[in-house]
Ligand binder design. Structure first.
Ligand code: COA
Length: 402
C-alpha cells in the first residue's frame, strides 16, 4: 500500500541558505564547540602537544586511543601499504603534461589517482565494517605516496621510494616530506608537519566530510565517497583556502615590497580589499565565531620554526612572512572582527618549509582521509539516505505545446 507523501515543512521557516545552523546528523567522531574541538573525547591542544598523527589516525578510525601493541601493529600495517600499484604510478607519470599546462592541479590528479586506487583494491565493492577499515588504512597509507610521487613528476625527479613508498623507518609525516623532496626532514620539520596533520584530521560535518557522508549514504563505496570529498575540499572556501591564503600573502608582498611590511602600505592594501568586497582567504569560519582553536597552535609552531631558518623564502626571510601575517590578522580583527582559521598559518608554515603551494590542499587530504573514512564507516554502520528538500523557484507550470 502506498504511503502518503510527507507534508513539506513550512518553507520559509525551514530554509537556511548553505544549511547554516542545520543539524545534519549525529556523530561520535568529533565535536566542535566555540571553546573547544574534541576528537572522540580528546581535546585538540592535548592531542597536538602529546599525540602523534599515527595515534590520532588510529583513534579516529578504530574509535579508541591505541595501546602500545595496537599502535605498533597499526603503524606496521600502514607502512606495509605505502607503495602504489603500477597503474597509479603510470597514471601519475601521464599526468605530467596536464599539470604542467595548468589544465589539472594536484587536487584533480589526486582525485583521479584515488579513483584508480579503488580499481586496484580487492575490497572496493565491499562496504562491510571490516573491509571499510582495511580500505581506510590503505587510503591513509597510499595518499601521501601519491602526493610525493606527483611532486617528483612535477619536479622531473626520479620517483623517491618507489618500491616501498618512501623510507619505512620514517614516520607518516616525515615520510611524506621525504617522498616529496628526496630529503629526510629535520626532527622539527617532521614534528611541525605531524602536528599540522593532527590539526587537519577531523572537523565534524564540514563540506567535504558531509559530501563523503552523502555519497556513503547511498550505499556507494569508500573510494567513491573519498573522491567526492577531494572534489569538495579543493574549493577555496574550504580546504583550498590554505593555498589561497598563501597566494594572497604573496600578492600583498608583491604590492607593498619587503620594506612595506609593518607599514601603513599593508593597511592600504587591506582597505582596498574591503572596499572591493574581496574575501580574504584563511579568515572566517561558518561555525567558529571567536576564532579557530587550531590556528593559534599551528601559527605558534610555524613561527617558532621560521625563526630558526636562514636564507629567503619567496624573496624574504621566513620570519618576515609571520610578521606580515600577524599584521594582516590584526587589521582583519580590528576592522572586520574576523579571526584567522587554520588555513592561514598553514599557508605561511608550509611555505617556509619549501612545500610547493599547489600541494597544500593535497597534504590536507593526506590528513583528512582519517576523518572522512571514520565518517563513512559511521554512516555505513547506521545508514539512512541523506536527501533534503528544496524550495522551487522556477517558472510556473505551463504546457509543452502551449
Ligand atoms: N574575508 C572578508 N569578509 C569575510 C570573510 C573573509 N574571509 N569571511 C566572512 N566575511 C564576511 C562576509 O563578507 C560577510 O559579511 P556581510 O555580512 O557584510 O556580507 C560576513 O563576514 C559573514 O560571512 P559569510 O560569508 O556569510 O560566512 P559563511 O559562514 O557563509 O562563510 C567562510 C564562511 C569560511 C566560507 C567564509 O568566512 C570565507 O569565505 N572565508 C574565506 C575562505 C576560507 O578561509 N575558508 C576556509 C574555512 S576553514
Amino acid at each position: 500500500m502506498a504511503t502518503a507523501a510527507p507534508a513539506k515543512p513550512d518553507a520559509a521557516a525551514a530554509f537556511a541558505k548553505g544549511l547554516e545552523g542545520v543539524i545534519g546528523g549525529q556523530t561520535a567522531v568529533c565535536s566542535i564547540e566555540q571553546d573547544k574541538l574534541i576528537y572522540r573525547g580528546f581535546e585538540i591542544h592535548d592531542l597536538a602537544e602529546h599525540a602523534t598523527f599515527e595515534e590520532v589516525a588510529f583513534l579516529l578510525l578504530v574509535g579508541h586511543k591505541p595501546d602500545v601493541q595496537e599502535l605498533g601493529q597499526f603503524k606496521a600495517e600502514i607502512i606495509a601499504e605505502r607503495a602504489l600499484h603500477p597503474a597509479v604510478v603510470s597514471f601519475l607519470g601521464s599526468a605530467a603534461g596536464w599539470l604542467a599546462s595548468g589544465r589539472a592541479v594536484p587536487m584533480d590528479v589526486l582525485r583521479t589517482a584515488v579513483s584508480i586506487l579503488g580499481h586496484t583494491d580487492a575490497d572496493c565493492q565491499d562496504n562491510s565494517a571490516a573491509a571499510n577499515l582495511r580500505k581506510s588504512k590503505r587510503l591513509l597509507a597510499k595518499i601521501p605516496t601519491i602526493v610525493g610521487h606527483m611532486q617528483n613528476v612535477i619536479d622531473g625527479r626520479a620517483i623517491v621510494g618507489l618500491e616501498r613508498g618512501g623510507d619505512p623507518s620514517l614516520s607518516h609525516a616525515a615520510n611524506l616530506l621525504y617522498m616529496m623532496t628526496g630529503r629526510r626532514p629535520s626532527a622539527e620539520e617532521a614534528r611541525v608537519m605531524d602536528v599540522s596533520l593532527i590539526l587537519y584530521a577531523e572537523h565534524e560535518f564540514n563540506a567535504s566530510t558531509f559530501t563523503t557522508r552523502v555519497i556513503a549514504g547511498t550505499l556507494s563505496d569508500m573510494h567513491g565517497a573519498v573522491a567526492g570529498g577531494i572534489g569538495a575540499l579543493k574549493g577555496p572556501l574550504h580546504g583550498g583556502a590554505n593555498e589561497a591564503a598563501m597566494d594572497m600573502l604573496k600578492e600583498i608582498l608583491a604590492s607593498v615590497g619587503e620594506q612595506g611590511i609593518g607599514t601603513p602600505a599593508v593597511d592600504t592594501w587591506m582597505q582596498n580589499a574591503f572596499d572591493t568586497k574581496r574575501k580574504l582567504m584563511g579568515f572566517g569560519h561558518r561555525v567558529y565565531k571567536n576564532g579557530d582553536h587550531r590556528a593559534g597552535i599551528l601559527h605558534g609552531l610555524g613561527k617558532k620554526m621560521a625563526a630558526t631558518l636562514s636564507g629567503t623564502f619567496g624573496g624574504i626571510p621566513a620570519g618576515k612572512w609571520f610578521v606580515l601575517g600577524e599584521q594582516v590578522q590584526k587589521i582583519m580583527l580590528t576592522k572586520k572582527n574576523i579571526h584567522p582559521n587554520v588555513d592561514f598559518p598553514c599557508g605561511m608554515t608550509y611555505f617556509t618549509m619549501n612545500i610547493p603551494v599547489p600541494q597544500y590542499t593535497p597534504i590536507f587530504v593526506a590528513s583528512r582521509i582519517t576523518g572522512w573514512c571514520a565518517h563513512i564507516m559511521e554512516q555505513h554502520a547506521d545508514n539512512r539516505l541523506i536527501r533534503p528538500l528544496s524550495i522551487y523557484t522556477g517558472p510556473a507550470q505551463k504546457p509543452w505545446n502551449g
